[in-house]
Design a protein around this ligand. Structure first.
Ligand code: FES
Length: 127
């Protein structure tokens, strides 16, 4: 088992028999486990929203992750349309290409999230 990525990114800890590690998982990350998705489920030039994180694929094979908490007032962003995500609370729009702000009332872009890849599985968690 590799330890190159943070312990909390490993789904196997939830399934396996290593109860010591499962305990560590819960202690370290229980309130905010990483969100996982198969890389093939993230559309090229668009994104998927998984609760507190957004995982995007601006160009084929390039993945990025952002916090889905709107930088305006913290509402979770829930809408994706092509390469634009929208916070429906006050209609701020952001580019999934780089997280930048397209239109307010937010005054800044999306915050980055941690992203790791293991095989075909992407794991993202807010920083
Ligand atoms: S909280 Fe997102 S636009 Fe206001």
């Amino acid at each position: 088992m590799s330890h190159s990525s943070p312990a909390c990114s490993r789904r196997t800890f939830l399934l396996g028999t290593a109860t010591t590690f499962a305990g560590a998982f819960l202690a370290a990350c229980g309130s905010n486990p990483p969100k996982e998705v198969e890389a093939t489920e993230v559309p090229v030039g668009s994104a998927v929203i998984l609760g507190s994180v957004i995982i995007a694929q601006p160009k084929e094979g390039e993945f990025v992750a952002y916090s889905s908490a709107c930088p305006h007032q913290g509402q979770f962003i829930t809408e994706v349309d092509g390469d634009v995500v929208t916070c429906t609370k006050h209609n701020s729009k952001f580019s999934i290409m780089d997280g930048s702000l397209i239109s307010g009332p937010a005054t800044s872009g999306l915050r980055d999230a941690n992203l790791t890849q293991e095989g075909d599985t992407l794991s993202a968690s807010v920083i």
